[in-house]
Design a protein around this ligand. Structure first.
Ligand code: GTP
Ligand code: MG
Length: 192
């Protein structure tokens, strides 16, 4: 995919606005700091389209980006941000749920997990949730540049077995080194 246009469209917090978003949508979800915003930037070849930060909990709204005037990338708030209060966390979870249940034309959810860690209970819950609602999803393991070869092979087993998926069902990427970004594009293109 050649990205000719990529721009921030809007932030949402209510279902009303969701009705107005009718272009095909691709959402990025995962725990805070996993690299959602960075992946979005890597896909669009822009450094600061989505704001990234080493401080977890940076993205607190559902941020929508329009690409090539024809589809939308949706940057969802991170879940499991320990420093946020319980009420704040509940608010974000609701926002993620609201988006996933009420969005029009949601094509695919990319569930991001950090390849250096075993997927958490929250990641499993997200995968179960998407199964239950029959929302198509693809698991993406991020930050592969942080692993050496043997760690990488181990990570493939751990991520796949923890989530009950096949090793080939998971896309391993590095947004930093721009590795396997094309694999994400293949999935997006297959849905357009
Ligand atoms: P929230 O908005 O808080 O939910 O986080 P996020 O999932 O959007 O993460 P973000 O993209 O802001 O990245 C978090 C941190 O991880 C930043 O310091 C990034 O530079 C770093 N990071 C993201 N992707 C990669 C990667 O592929 N490799 C490396 N080495 N670092 C990465
Ligand atoms: Mg973010």
């Amino acid at each position: 995919m050649i990205v000719k246009q990529a721009e921030f469209l809007t932030s949402i917090a209510t279902t009303d606005k969701l009705e107005q978003l009718t272009l095909p949508q691709f959402a990025f979800v995962g725990r805070s700091n996993v690299g959602k915003s960075s992946l979005l930037n890597a896909l669009c070849n822009r450094k600061n389209l989505a704001k990234t930060s080493s401080t977890p909990g940076r993205t607190r709204l559902v941020n929508i980006f329009q690409v090539n005037k024809s589809f939308l990338f949706v940057d969802l708030p991170g879940y499991g941000f320990a420093k946020a209060s319980k009420t704040e966390q509940a608010g974000w979870q609701n926002l993620i749920g609201t988006y996933l249940e009420h969005s029009k034309n949601l094509q695919m959810v990319f569930v991001l997990v950090d390849c250096r860690h075993q997927p958490t209970e929250k990641d499993l819950q997200m995968v179960d949730y998407l199964y239950a609602y029959q929302i198509p999803f693809k698991v993406v393991a991020t930050k592969t540049d942080k692993l050496n070869k043997s760690e990488f092979l181990k990570s493939k087993n751990v991520v796949a077995s923890t989530l009950g998926l096949g090793k080939d069902d998971i896309i391993f990427v590095s947004s930093e080194k721009k590795q396997n970004i094309d694999k994400i594009w293949e999935v997006v293109e297959s849905k357009l």
